[in-house]
Design a protein around this ligand. Structure first.
Ligand code: AMP
Length: 451
């Protein structure tokens, strides 16, 4: 389908789209339209900028018949006030020629009593942040039993911000029979769990926009046994301040982000962002990295995706991402605007399978580097690593091939030479999203269990 006419949407929507000046649907719009319209539960993996909002709004608006019933039939949840406002704006633009009642609710400046009054006047669609929405549901002014469709936008951010309880509370107020539509930019363990718990046979579509041809990015990898050896390697590499003048380092968890900041030798040149930091702190960190005050920015996947910073020389995956798409998103931060960029992946033995999934997805073996001699292999383990210890000697002093196959080191070297098994992207996604291959490897899971 290459035009909006192919969607066979109603005239009023066609006209609104024409007014907006959209010529053809974006890939996520093409992928989602008929599935969402068909009524299946849906998961869209797409970043901001892909046209994801219109992707779920179009089929919802196509399906929504005029009604003067007082209670809303569509609930859209978003993590931030800004996103709520944007979504409401897009709905208003799309419904220029349709009679439809929509309201955006969020905390802070938005007065709850004004919101209650607006709700009492009757609504078709309500868009809100979870906490405020739940407060309104508790007040009995907002009745959620007539909701037919639930959309959760930017669900990765929502869960990273710790809104899981609010979501569960809201789910309790919703009718069981409803269509669930989830959109997320990144896949995370939390998103996976939410899908498992609340969706019924969802159809998943992934749209990746790195926007950067991977040919601009030179990739390399190091097999490194543990956190502290990885930190030693970074201290060695990042000593070259000219070569590494603007470095974005991705870590899997907030704990690793803070721990890495303490361990690196460059504390005064390093900023950290993750969801437990205050918004002010995050903005300041990003600004310092952007204007060059900080040379190094340490970030988690979810929180980093909102930032758009030019001229990043190197993207370092300190932890190998569990979901291979996240690696593509990560490295797409460098090599922009025709500039060349560098991407370095550090992987421990436990992370080897994850690295191989990334290579299958790209159909490319990431060139392998030997650990420089100057880098000390540490025996110190983090509390998380102690849960499942790895013996560094096993990796670096070649041992006889074990039952499981070649040793980590040998396998890595071999892998860099051999062509990776070709699998279709869809097959890979199916394998990946069906069930985690080794649930214990999911770092967030490990962290949660420990609590
Ligand atoms: P989103 O990914 O939903 O944040 O949308 C990003 C921007 O793309 C918004 O400003 C939309 O108005 C715009 N947009 C959405 N769909 C299309 C389309 N089919 N053609 C051109 N622009 C679009």
């Amino acid at each position: 389908m290459n035009t909006f006419e192919d969607f066979k949407i109603k005239k009023q929507l066609q006209n609104a789209i024409a007014d907006l000046g959209f010529e053809k649907p974006t890939p996520i719009q093409t992928e989602s339209y008929s599935t969402i319209l068909g009524g299946s539960d849906f998961v869209g993996i797409a970043q901001t900028g892909t046209g994801k909002t219109i992707a779920y709004l179009l089929p919802i608006l196509q399906d929504l018949k005029f009604s003067d019933q007082p209670h809303p039939r569509v609930l859209i949840l978003a993590p931030t006030r800004e996103l709520v406002i944007q979504i409401v704006e897009q709905i208003e633009k799309l419904t220029t020629y349709i009679s439809l009642r929509v309201l955006g609710v969020y905390g802070g400046t938005n007065n709850i009593n004004t919101q209650k009054k607006a709700i009492a006047e009757g609504l078709d669609i309500i868009v809100g942040t979870p906490r405020r929405l739940y407060d309104l549901a508790l007040s009995n002014v907002l009745r959620l039993k007539s909701i037919k469709k639930l959309v959760i936008d930017e669900v990765d951010i929502m869960l990273d911000f710790g809104y899981k309880t609010q979501l569960n509370n809201i789910f309790d107020h919703l009718p069981e029979k409803r269509q669930n539509i989830l959109f997320s930019a990144t896949m995370t363990t939390y998103v996976d769990e939410l899908i498992d718990d609340f969706l019924v046979n969802p159809i998943k579509k992934t749209i990746s926009i790195s926007g950067t041809p991977l040919t601009n990015i030179s990739q390399e990898s190091y097999a490194v046994p543990n956190f502290y050896t990885k930190a030693n390697l970074l201290n060695h590499l990042l000593g070259d301040k000219e070569k590494y003048s603007k470095v974005l380092i991705f870590v899997a968890t907030k704990t690793n982000a803070d721990r890495l900041l303490e361990t690196l030798n460059f504390e005064s040149e390093t900023s950290v962002i993750h969801s437990s930091k205050e918004q002010n702190h995050r903005s300041k960190s990003i600004e310092m990295f952007e204007n060059g005050t900080s040379r190094i920015l340490i970030a988690t996947d979810v929180i980093a995706r909102g930032i758009d910073i030019e001229k990043i020389t190197t993207v370092i995956s300190f932890d190998t991402p569990f979901y291979p798409e996240n690696y593509i998103h990560r490295i797409g931060r460098t090599g922009r605007a025709e500039q060349s960029g560098k991407a370095i992946l550090l992987y421990s033995e436990k992370e080897t399978a994850l690295k191989e999934s990334i290579e299958s997805l790209m159909n490319y073996s990431i060139p392998f580097n030997e650990l420089p001699e100057e880098v000390q292999v540490s025996n110190q383990l983090t509390p998380e690593e102690k849960d499942k210890p790895i013996d560094p000697d096993e990796m670096y002093h070649k041992k006889p091939v074990t039952e499981a196959g070649a040793s980590f080191h040998e396998k890595s070297a071999k892998n860099s030479k051999e062509k990776v098994e070709r699998k279709s992207y869809q097959t890979l996604l199916k394998e990946r999203y069906k069930k985690p291959i080794r649930r214990g490897d999911k770092i967030q899971n490990m962290k949660k269990k420990k609590k």
